[in-house]
Design a protein around this ligand. Structure first.
Ligand SMILES: Cc1cc2nc3c(=O)[nH]c(=O)nc-3n(C[C@H](O)[C@H](O)[C@H](O)COP(=O)(O)OP(=O)(O)OC[C@H]3O[C@@H](n4cnc5c(N)ncnc54)[C@H](O)[C@@H]3O)c2cc1C
Length: 398
């Protein structure tokens, strides 16, 4: 495992740093990082940022060059995320398009699908969402009920999706629907469709989270229309496509770990300045112990992540060990934000400009619960680690 940076990689980092200095939104590097509150302005701002990245050649660095990427190595991708976290770059509105749908279409889409969608993904012209989860199908995703039925040359899609991130902003959806029933094997008979969100059969209702944001949605499908040309892979074999799509997410957890590293530094800086009843909080040995424990845990997680990357490089795909990273990052994020809230005592309940320290901790604490659920809950990750990494017997409940 050698993660030292080569001269070429250092040059890559420098090129990116220079580009960021010249192209981040005005005032961003000076700390003016407010995103527009108005939903429409927010979407315009982030689409513009996606397009700026594309124009600069940074839109989707791991994609093949012929599609606008740079065929970046895994190490370059890691450097890219480290630098994005360092400058706290604006979020990627088309995260799902760039990291999941685009690479899947490049790998297994038809020529027509590539022609129709790929360029619009990288430029930010079309934003994508993923429609998997349903009210009774989350962890048990193969239980989906949304159906697609062939009528003439159309597929009519009916059902309900839930927790669809970016659904309210998305133009397209990578959607799983049931095209036939196989009681003995639920994941058979599911097909992956590329669905147009801008049609009368698709109704999107935002869900308000406890942090006040509306980032995900319920999506109601009533005779929503798709065509054979919108099927990815083979009819009834969408499960396979979906698993392949998930594997394209090579560095997502890494990006979260680098964010956590930055948050740790922010945490230490905030605690150094914070006093309670005229006494520096840092003088409290229990606070210092807690910081040491967080530091040891995230360093351990980072090293474990690097170890898993090494095996990904060898095998070409991540193993079940990536569940350890997912579990560690999301639980640690929640604990660190919770600790910062508890340090503020009852004033930790205060919001935005009333918060005694940077209000980002309040936001982060409330959002951190979602992180332990999305992309597989902590309980499911623990089962995966138990069964597939440690070789323990199967969970008795299943
Ligand atoms: C921030 C966020 C973004 C999301 N974005 C999307 C998106 O864009 N598109 C999309 O389709 N979905 C999205 N989701 C949905 C997400 O994939 C599901 O919430 C998740 O899979 C859990 O499913 P569920 O909510 O139905 O809970 P359930 O699966 O019903 O779980 C309920 C409880 O039972 C436990 N449990 C369930 N099965 C097991 C098991 N086998 N072993 C042990 N415990 C178990 C769970 O851990 C949980 O505590 C998002 C969720 C979040 C929080």
């Amino acid at each position: 495992m050698d993660f030292s940076i080569s001269k070429q990689e250092e040059a890559f980092r420098q090129e990116l740093r220079t580009w960021l200095e010249e192209n981040l939104p005005e005032g961003w590097l000076q700390g003016n990082r407010e995103l527009p509150e108005d939903k429409a302005d927010y979407a315009v701002f982030l689409r513009k940022w996606q397009n700026t990245l594309y124009e600069g050649g940074w839109g989707a660095i791991s994609w093949p060059k012929e599609y606008g990427g740079r065929e970046a190595t895994l190490m370059e991708e890691i450097i890219f995320y480290q630098e994005m976290v360092r400058v706290q770059a604006p979020p990627l509105i088309n995260y799902i398009g760039i990291h999941m749908v685009g690479p899947t279409l490049i790998q297994s889409g038809t020529d027509e699908q590539k022609e129709k969608f790929i360029n619009k993904i990288i430029t930010g012209e079309e934003v994508w969402c993923q429609g998997y989860s349903e009210p009774n199908a989350g962890s048990d995703l193969a239980a989906i009920q949304t159906s697609a039925e062939k009528k003439g040359d159309q597929w009519l899609i009916n059902g309900q999706k839930v927790w669809t991130s970016f659904g309210h902003l998305a133009d397209k959806c990578f959607l799983l629907a049931r095209t036939s029933t196989h009681p003995e094997k639920k994941h058979r008979g599911i097909t992956a469709f590329l669905l147009d969100m801008n049609q009368s059969g698709v109704e999107t209702k935002p869900i308000t989270q406890m942090d006040g944001q509306q980032e995900f949605n319920e999506v109601y499908l009533t005779d929503a229309v798709a065509y054979d040309a919108d099927i990815v892979g083979e009819l009834d074999k969408g499960w396979r496509v979906m698993i392949a799509l998930m594997l394209h997410e090579r560095t997502g957890i890494g990006a979260e770990l680098f964010t956590l590293e930055k948050r740790f530094d922010d945490m230490v800086a905030a605690i150094k300045d914070y006093q309670i009843n005229g006494r520096p909080v840092m003088d409290d040995p229990s606070v210092r112990q807690k910081l040491a424990s967080f530091y040891a845990r995230f360093r351990g997680s980072l090293l474990n992540y690097y170890r898993n990357l090494t095996s990904t490089l060898k095998n070409g795909h991540p193993g079940p060990e990536s569940s350890i990273d997912k579990l560690a990052v999301s639980e640690l994020t929640k604990e660190m934000a919770g600790f910062m809230m508890s340090l503020q005592g009852h004033r930790g309940m205060l919001w935005k400009e009333d918060a005694p320290i940077d209000p980002v901790w309040q936001d982060e604490y409330l959002f951190s619960f979602g992180q332990t659920i999305g992309g597989g809950t902590s309980e499911v990750q623990r089962n995966t680690i138990g069964e597939r990494v440690l070789g323990l017997p199967k969970d008795m409940g299943r």
